[in-house]
Design a protein around this ligand. Structure first.
Ligand code: FNR
Length: 383
């Protein structure tokens, strides 16, 4: 477990983040971190982080222009929002990323300290490499805004059957997680990374530790042609979503939907949020970009539940485009991991701060005082 002196030293490092990292003079934008992380990381770890990313998600976001709207009164502007009962300073959440101690010894605890200190939302992977309880505590304690602090959301991967899945869910509930994000788009996935000794999914039971599964992100490594009888036999289905809905009173979000009919089904089963995501292009080759899928889902959901967006957000301007298409908030994955690689908790804190600054700047130049002012009229796709 995390002890108090570890925690205080981590926290003071996070608080020093901006001076420490800015003094390097090279990191002026959130997007500056990824190339630096590549230079720092062993090639096999960079390959694991970058896997799947062809740039299509980013290109889709970059295609849109943002219309400048000068001369508006914006001095009361802000980026804050309330999501699932918690107040956040800005609409950036840190996406669930497996095995963060691969990237820096601070691991998920470093990420949680940074999220708390910078007022960001945090989603903790089922495949975290540190204890769920310690991660949640770190986030709450580093959030200096109010007593009690903000709690993270728990990302749930199906554990092969209902009993094991429920055990994991109960553990997250007991650790005080504020919501559950059920990832459904990766029941079969090929990942070639061999985890080094000492790094594993410490919160999973023996099922998650079985040979062949340790080195994968969500599910066992694909070895034979028996996809349907092996992995799909253990994959969740819509009945399991309905069952899961009945097991918890926490807000339940479904991550990894790109088809409006699936979003409709999730809402009709009582889910509290949809995450439009193509998993950073890591799962189904040739899946549509997240942005291409967003408008139809926004139309179908029609404001009944919040819609989170991820895949391809690299700067505040990208977030603005996703919000203009109707997302309520955005998640970032690889950009904050790059911060973790370069500076541990400090690096993650700096990436979040830069993203927020970039979004504020874009909003100011586009004449938007609040997130609700960002809409489809702010953008167009003519260059
Ligand atoms: C992921 N992602 C992911 N998603 C999830 O639900 N559970 C997980 O454990 C992981 N693990 C993971 C590891 C790594 C190395 C990457 C890059 C991604 C997907 C992640 O949450 C998110 O959907 C994408 O990373 C978003 O795309 P960007 O921001 O990385 O482009």
């Amino acid at each position: 477990m995390l002890n108090t002196s570890d925690f205080s030293s981590h926290l003071s490092r996070v608080q020093a983040s901006e001076q420490a990292i800015n003094s390097s003079g090279k990191l002026h934008a959130a997007a500056d971190y990824l190339p630096l992380a590549q230079a720092h990381l062993a090639p096999e770890l960079w390959a694991y982080l970058a896997q799947g990313d062809s740039g299509r998600n980013q290109q889709a976001l970059e295609r849109f222009c943002i219309m400048p709207r000068p001369l508006r009164q914006l001095q009361s502007g802000h980026t804050s929002l309330t999501l699932f009962g918690q107040r956040f300073e800005h609409p950036f959440l840190l996406a669930p990323i497996a095995y963060q101690r691969l990237f820096h010894n601070d691991g998920e605890i470093g990420t949680a300290l940074a999220a708390g200190a910078q007022g960001a939302g945090l989603v903790v992977s089922s495949l975290a490499s540190q204890a769920l309880e310690d991660i949640a505590l770190a986030m709450r304690q580093s959030d200096g805004r109010h007593s009690g602090g903000t709690s993270p959301c728990f990302q749930l991967y199906w554990q092969g059957n209902r009993e094991r899945t429920l055990t994991l869910l109960r553990r997250a509930e007991e650790a005080g997680y504020a919501a559950v994000m059920f990832t459904v788009d990766a029941p079969v996935k090929v990942v070639s990374l061999q985890l080094p000794d000492g790094i594993r999914a410490v919160n999973l039971s023996a099922y998650g530790e079985k040979s062949g599964e340790r080195e994968t992100e969500g599910e066992p490594r694909l070895r034979s042609s028996s996809v349907f009888q092996t992995w799909m036999a253990k994959a969740p289905n819509w009945e399991d979503v309905a069952w899961l809905r009945r097991q918890t009173e926490l807000p339940l979000l479904i991550k990894g939907l790109l088809h409006p009919n699936d979003a409709e089904q999730a809402v009709s089963l009582g889910c509290d949020g949809i995450v439009v995501s193509n998993h950073g292009e890591r799962v189904l080759r040739g899946a549509p970009t997240s942005l291409a899928s967003l408008p139809a889902i926004v139309k179908t959901v029609n404001g009944r539940v919040p819609i989170l967006f991820d895949s391809g957000i690299r700067c505040g301007r990208d977030a603005f485009v996703a919000l203009a298409f109707g997302a309520t908030a955005v998640m970032v994955g690889r950009p904050y991991v790059a911060g973790l690689v370069c500076g541990g908790a400090l690096g993650v804190a700096h990436v979040i701060r830069l993203l927020r600054d970039e979004l504020e700047l874009t909003m100011a130049l586009a004449g938007c005082a609040e997130l609700r002012d960002i809409n489809h009229e702010c953008i167009n796709d003519m260059n």
